[in-house]
Design a protein around this ligand. Structure first.
Ligand code: CDP
Length: 212
């Protein structure tokens, strides 16, 4: 059982993917962390994020054991990730790890931008989670404020718009809803309602409520 969850920044897909994985007893991979970690490693090696050779080398050398680094959630990490994520060689280098994770016998939930379209086109269930940029910015602003960061709503909205444009506009595996994905707009849904809707979608798809 493979569940693919895609969507733009701060759409709620991470929280949703985590809860879905727990509910159905599946492993979970937040694929955004891979791109965040590549950006971290490119910078740590003293290279520019635009340096395709350095970024591809960092992607090939990525150690998945470093994905729990709290710095990957820090300010600027998402924006930096979206710069290296445009590079086709970076994406190619990360593909095998993601596919191997997805195809484990016990099943998996992966969330990102291209899971339903490129990484797991054969996923059993695909959900594209979205919300208006303003709602997403408000959520991310609250999250960052709660972590004690000094940040404004306007700056967060600007970051989200820039990232949407970069992720949807790139040539390599752009963010898009797979043709067979179910659209879940969470603009007017809290996490509980979004979770219930997603569980309903998954249970219908797999034909047996609760146990895919
Ligand atoms: O949590 P948030 O939605 O803000 O970001 P994320 O999922 O951690 O992704 C960070 C960046 O990595 C995105 O803006 C994308 O540019 C890139 N990414 C991607 O290109 N493909 C994926 N499957 C996951 C993330």
């Amino acid at each position: 059982m493979i569940i693919a969850i895609d969507g733009p920044a701060a759409s709620g897909k991470g929280t949703l993917a985590c809860r879905i994985a727990r509910h159905f007893g599946l492993a979970w991979l937040d694929t955004g962390l891979l791109y965040r970690a590549v950006a971290r490693d490119v910078r740590a090696a003293g290279h520019s994020l635009e340096d395709a050779l350095a970024a591809a080398a960092a992607a090939r050398a990525l150690d998945p054991a470093t994905l729990d680094d709290p710095a990957l959630r820090g300010p600027g990490a998402g924006d930096a990730a979206s710069i290296v994520a445009r590079i086709a060689e970076v994406r190619a280098a990360l593909l095998e790890f993601q596919r191997a994770f997805a195809h484990r016998p016990s099943g998996a939930v992966l969330d990102g931008r291209d899971i339903g379209t490129v990484v797991c086109p054969d996923a059993d269930v695909k959900i594209f989670v979205t919300a208006t940029p303003e709602v997403r910015a408000q959520r991310r602003y609250q999250e960052r404020k709660n972590r004690g960061e000094s940040v404004t709503y306007e700056a967060v909205l600007e970051d989200i718009r820039r990232r949407d444009e970069r992720d949807a506009g790139r040539e390599a595996a752009p963010m898009q809803q797979a043709r067979d994905a179910v659209l879940l707009d969470t603009s007017d849904l809290d996490i509980e309602a979004a979770f219930d809707t997603a569980v309903g979608v998954i249970s219908r798809k797999v034909g047996q409520r609760g146990h895919p």
